[in-house]
Each structure stands twice: as structure tokens, then as C-alpha cells.
Design a protein around this ligand. Structure first.
Ligand SMILES: Cc1ncc(COP(=O)(O)O)c(C=O)c1O
Length: 540
């Protein structure tokens, strides 16, 4: 049964005999029943036992119906379209033609379809065949406030900004006059607790790569007790030998993803295809907790699993020190994203941070994917409630510029040690300032929390309704995921959803990840859930 956008599908199918109700009707019925405290009236329609087992689902779906339908305002049309519109399957004929053309120049194996960015707006990505899709993947989680946001177009059209867009400086040697002010008003205004320094870079991987270098430099200076290297160190560094190139390591986690450059790749463990044939370092890899969801129903089991992983971390640190390859830093994502949206508790991260401190390792939190508001807080690590959450926090994607914040002591002691030609892009700082204004003005983090709740509740509902297809719904804010039965099922669902006008991403072995922009409201959640329900109903 196709349900119009804004209605959310009905929970009546859960009640068996009530399944012919229209979505809005059943939802109103649920409202009446719950509001009057007359749940007992509803249970008279079904067996007491069934009612009990469904109570949680009813509550979730009822809240999904109720709040989405009543409170979810339609989007402002000048920022957004009012729904998907599909003309062809995706990729359509024009996309296929372009793929062929580009295929003669590059490997196009990863290209989904070609886009019309001029026509894309708000939460909707339009392709070259005129298909308009609700984008819940947002260029691998990198669009903060939707396509062609008017506030960003204004920044672009402001004549005072022209030279920033036209002249890209080599920032490390020739920054523009307004650079300190612009960086203060953008990146430093959202600096993680305890950090007043930030180094801009261009992408996620080069941010992590340079952060690792800063960690190694810091660690060696600590070991030396001074900053001046010996001649032997200088000479051996030129032939890749110790002591100039010391045998230091970064501890990372199985399932983690930190980028594809050589150093980062040694800490990336999500998929073999990223790593195959590339020489790497002998660096320790700890297990990341494999938790059971929903987290609050498995607190004891999950705490045991986290304790096991933390013990392994300490063992590895000791082992690698004994091997002569001390761990200079620990790198971790607050939610393992590419590796399958794996969560860990705030307690796990607090204890890990303490382990890093105890063993003199820098604690590097990679917020390239989680940073920028998708979890309902600007930084995912804010959910840990710590004053001193990290020594390094790297970012990119929704922040528009790459880079990393760091503690004062990780400031490199000499020029050119952390350096490349561009070291970021001042035009991205202009956009970021405006993105931050929009986030504050429109309370977008609260919106994310609200729509995230609706999304997760909807996913709980769907996994209860389609237990043979879906499981392990999880998330923080709109940074949500759900598992499909297997990878083939997941891939089929992603393609079906796309043909129905919803763009989603995959991650891990069989997970579907949700990475909408911060302007993804309850209205859009609602729209998505209806389409997703249709896809699942057809998949059965
Ligand atoms: C957590 C994390 N770190 C690093 C990266 C690498 O970023 P980039 O693709 O910009 O190099 C990604 C990319 O998805 C990521 O999710």
C-alpha cells in the first residue's frame, strides 16, 4: 500500500485485524487510545500477550506517526523541493552515455550516475536525466546544509569575496590578510574542548596523514628531551633508516577507516580492496567492540565486550614497545563509519583516552565523517562528556575544509615539517563561517536530534515489521544505520530505493547508512520511511 508523503505508514499491520485502516486513521486511533490512557481498549482488539509484545513497537510507531504527521512542516520551497520525482531508472540514458565518454579517460567503476548540480536544491540531488532524488547520503556525508543553499550562494555572489575565490594561495607561505580573522570566526569558533590550534588541510586523508606526522614529531622530541636532532638522525632520515626514521607506530582499530594515503592506509582496516598490494607498516591493530543493539538493552554484554577490547589495547601497546616500535598515538573514530557504523559507549572512549594518557600516546579522534553536526552535537566526541577529550581531532567533509585541531604541544617545532602547497583553501573558510551561522540561526543541531529520533524510531519499526530483512538499527542524531540480511540484499535495497527516488549509502559488510544534511527535517524522515517501506514490502 503506497502511503502519501507526510503520513508515515500505519502500524495497523502489526495488529493484524486492523490492517485496512488508512495510515492517518490508524495513527489518529493510536493517538486517541494513548492520549486517553485507554490502551486497554486497544488490547481488547488483540490478545493480551500480543499487545504486550507489541507495546514497544506501538509506542515507537505511534510516536513516529503522531509527531511526524502533526509537527513536520513542509520544507520551504525556495530551499528544497517537495519530494522526489523519477523519470528513468538510475543511471538513466544520459548518465550511461557520459560514463562511456569518461570511461575512455578514467576508471568509472565507482560512478553511480552524473549529476545536475545547478538543479539540485536542499535535500534533493538531481541527475542528468532529470531524476530528482531525496539525498540521504549527501556526497559521502559531506554536504552540511543541502545543495545550493541560498546563504552560501550569497557568500559566492558577494564582490568582497571574489578575490578569495579567484586566487588560491599557498597558505603556508603567503596567506591573505584576513586569514587569521576568518579562521578564528570559522574553525576556531567550533574548536573542541581544550584546543586552540588548528591546521587546515585539503581532504580527510591528508588531514590524518599530517596529524600522524605531528604526533611522531611530538613523540620524538619528547624522547630526545630537546628539539635538535643529531647529525646521525639527519643523515639516516635521508635513507629511510633509524634513528632518523624511527620505528614508531600508531595503534588503530579493526574496522576503522582513516583514508587511503600510505600512512593512513596502515590504520585503515575496513575493506581489503583499499589495502591490497600496498606496502604497509607493522603497526598494532586492536579489536573494536562488536556491540549488540539497541545499546541500552545490552549494557552488561556490551560493557564486557568493551572491557575485552580495552584490555587488548593495553596488551598491544606493551607488546609493540617490547618489539621496539612504541605506540606514539592511538587513532579512532567516535563511530566507525565506513567500517559498518559500529558504536562504542562514552565510557569506552573515556577509558581509552586514559589508557593513551597512561602510556604517553597521543589520542587522535578522527571526526572526518562524524564531525559537523550529524550526531546532534557538533562533534560526536561531545557525547562522551569530557573536558579533555583528545590531543588531536581531525575533520573534513561537512566542515568543507580538511584539517586537524591539536594541543599546543603538538605544534611542530620548525617550518616545513607539516606543510604542503595549499594547506587548505581560504574560500572554504568563508563558506564554513556561513554554514555555522545557518546552523546557529536555525538551531540545526536540535533539528538533527529531532529528526534523528524520528528516523531511528522509524527504523526500529521497520526492523520489527521486516525481521527477515532488517536488524540492528542504531544511530546518534541522523547518523543512523541498519543491517540488511546480507550484502546482496543490502545492495538490492539500495538500488530499489534509488529507483524510487531515495539515495542511501552502504557501509561495512551489509549495513545501510544514513547521512543526510543537517536540513533533513522530520518531514523528510517521513517521506523516506514511506518510500523505504514500499521498497521493503516489494522485496519480501
Ligand atoms: C573517518 C574518516 N577518516 C578519513 C576519511 C578520508 O577522507 P577523504 O576521503 O577526504 O580522504 C574518511 C572518508 O570517508 C572517513 O570517513
Amino acid at each position: 500500500m503506497a502511503v502519501p508523503p507526510g503520513a508515515w505508514f500505519c502500524w495497523s499491520s502489526l495488529l493484524g485485524g486492523l490492517e485496512t485502516l488508512e495510515a492517518e486513521d490508524s495513527f489518529c486511533l493510536s493517538l486517541t487510545l494513548f492520549d486517553c490512557g485507554c490502551f486497554v481498549m486497544a488490547t481488547s482488539l488483540i490478545s493480551r500477550q500480543l499487545a504486550f509484545s507489541l507495546q514497544k513497537n506501538l509506542w515507537l510507531s505511534a510516536s513516529g506517526c503522531r509527531y511526524v504527521s502533526k509537527a513536520a512542516a513542509k520544507p520551504q520551497v525556495e530551499f528544497d523541493y517537495d519530494g522526489p520525482s523519477m523519470k528513468t531508472t538510475v543511471p538513466g540514458p544520459r548518465s550511461k552515455e557520459l560514463m562511456k565518454q569518461l570511461g575512455q579517460i578514467q576508471n568509472t567503476g565507482a560512478i553511480n550516475f552524473f549529476c545536475n548540480y545547478e538543479e539540485s536544491k536542499g535535500n534533493y540531488l538531481v541527475d542528468v536525466d532529470g531524476n530528482r532524488m531525496l539525498d540521504i547520503y549527501t556526497q559521502i556525508s559531506s554536504i552540511p546544509i543541502g545543495y545550493n543553499h541560498p546563504a552560501l550562494l550569497k557568500v559566492m555572489a558577494n564582490p568582497n569575496n571574489l578575490s578569495t575565490f579567484v586566487n588560491r594561495p599557498a597558505l603556508g607561505i603567503l596567506p591573505p590578510e584576513n586569514f587569521p580573522d576568518k579562521i578564528t570566526e570559522s574553525l576556531l569558533s567550533v574548536a573542541p574542548s581544550g584546543m586552540t590550534r588548528v591546521q587546515t588541510m585539503s581532504c580527510g586523508a591528508c588531514s590524518n596523514e599530517n596529524a600522524y606526522k605531528a604526533i611522531f614529531i611530538w613523540y620524538r622530541n619528547k624522547e630526545r628531551g630537546q628539539n635538535t636532532p643529531t647529525n646521525e638522525e639527519l643523515n639516516t632520515s635521508m635513507i629511510n633508516q633509524a634513528p632518523g626514521c624511527p620505528q614508531l607506530s600508531i595503534l588503530s582499530f579493526m574496522g576503522g577507516f582513516h583514508g587511503r594515503t600510505l600512512g593512513c592506509l596502515a590504520t585503515t582496516h575496513s575493506k581489503a580492496i583499499h589495502k591490497l598490494d600496498i606496502p604497509s607498516f607493522d603497526w598494532p591493530v586492536a579489536p573494536f567492540p562488536r556491540l549488540q543493539y539497541p545499546l541500552d538493552e545490552f549494557t552488561r554484554e556490551n560493557a564486557e565486550e568493551e572491557a575485552r577490547c580495552l584490555e587488548e589495547v593495553e596488551d598491544l601497546i606493551v607488546k609493540w614497545r617490547q618489539k621496539g616500535k612504541p605506540v606514539a598515538g592511538i587513532v579512532i573514530e567516535p563511530i566507525q563509519a565506513e567500517g559498518g557504523d559500529n558504536h562504542a559507549s562514552p565510557d569506552f572512549f573515556r577509558r581509552l583516552r586514559n589508557i593513551a594518557r597512561k602510556h604517553g600516546c597521543a589520542f587522535h579522534v578522527d571526526e572526518v565523517q562524524t564531525g559537523g553536526g550529524g550526531t546532534g552535537k557538533f562533534w560526536a566526541h561531545e557525547h562522551w562528556g569530557m573536558d579533555d577529550p583528545a590531543d588531536v581531532v581531525s575533520f573534513s567533509k561537512k566542515l568543507l575544509s580538511g584539517g586537524y585541531y591539536h594541543k599546543d604541544e603538538l605544534q611542530p617545532d620548525k617550518p616545513y615539517r607539516i606543510f604542503n602547497t595549499w594547506m587548505g583553501d581560504p574560500s572554504k573558510n568563508l563558506f564554513l563561517s556561513e554554514v555555522l551561522n545557518v546552523i546557529r540561526r536555525e538551531n540545526l543541531l536540535e533539528e538533527v536530534t529531532r529528526s534523528g529520533k524520528a528516523l531511528l524510531n522509524g527504523l526500529y519499526e521497520l526492523q520489527a515489521q521486516y525481521p527477515s530483512i532488517l536488524s540492528r538499527a542504531r544511530g546518534q542524531g541522523t547518523f543512523c544505520a541498519i543491517d540488511a540480511f546480507d550484502d546482496a540484499t543490502r545492495d538490492r535495497i539500495l538500488l530499489k530505493a534509488r529507483d524510487k527516488g531515495v539515495l542511501l549509502g552502504g557501509c561495512g559488510d551489509r549495513s545501510i547508512r544514513f547521512r543526510p544534511a543537517l536540513v533533513f527535517k522530520e518531514y523528510h524522515v517521513n517521506l523516506f520511511l514511506n518510500i523505504f517501506n514500499d521498497v521493503l514490502a516489494q522485496h519480501k
